[in-house]
Ligand binder design. Sequence first.
Ligand SMILES: [Ca+2]
Length: 280
Amino acid sequence: MKKIAAILLTFLIAFAFAACAGTETPKTETPTAAVQTDETQTAETPTPDVQTDETPTPDVQTGETPTAEPALSCLVYVSIVDQNGELVCPQKDITVRDLDADGKLTIDEAFIAAHEAEYPNGKDGYASGESQYGLSIYTLWGSDEGRSFSYYLNGKMAGGLTDEVVRGDFLDAYVFADTTAFSDTYCYFDMRTALVGKGDAFTLKLTKQAGFDENWAPVFDKADAGVQIVIDGKTTEFVTDENGAVTISIADAGEHVVSATSAALEGVNLVPPVCLVTVE
Ligand SMILES: [Ca+2]
C-alpha cells in the first residue's frame, strides 16, 4: 500500500509539475492565441490613453493653463484616398483626442484617430515623425516607403501636421498613386453634405487644385468637363460640364457617398472628392 501511495504521490507531484509547466505551454504552442491576446490588449489601450487625455485636468488645477479647460477632443471629418486611388475613408466622423496632452488638437492627432477608427489594422496604418520638413507623414493608410502624401484642411493646403483642427473641420488626405510625375490632383465639391428628396435634382460644383502661384500657394480652378460622378463606388452617367458643375439625382433613400473619377479623361488625374448625400 505504501508503495502504491508513494507511486501515486510521485504521479501527483509529476502531474502538478506538468500542469504548472502546462500553463505556460499554450502561450508558446498557440501563437495565434497569443497574438489575439496582444490584439485585445492593443485594442484596449485607447482606454488608458483616454485616461491620459484626461490627466491635463489636474495640470489645469496646478495652474499651468489657468485660462480655461482645454478642448480635449473634437469631432472632425476625415477623408482618405489610398495609393490605388480608392476612397477608403469617405469623410468619416472622427473624434480627435489630445494624445500628447499639450492642449492642442492637431492634424497628426486627427490622422491617428482616423486610422484607429477606420483602418483595418488600426493605428498601424499611420506613422509620422520628424523630418527635415518638420513633423511628416511616414505611413498613411498602410502605404509607406517610396510614397508621397498630401493633405488639405477645409479645402486648403495645410501648413503641417502640427496645424490645429477644430470641431467640424474637413481633413482630406491622399497617397500619391502616381509616384513619378505626382499628377494626382486634389479636388473638392462645393457641398460636403447634402439632404435631398428621392429623385430630386441637385447640382454639385467640382473645384480642383490647378498648380501654384509665384509664392507657391495653391491655385484653384473649376474642374475639367467630363469628370464622371461615382455614387457608392459605381461610376454613373452624370458628368461635369465646362464649369465643373454636374446635376445629379438619386432615386434610393438612404446615405450615399458621392464621388468623382477622371479615369475617362486623358491627362487628368483627380483624387476622388466626397459629398455625403442623404436621400429622404
Ligand atoms: Ca495635442
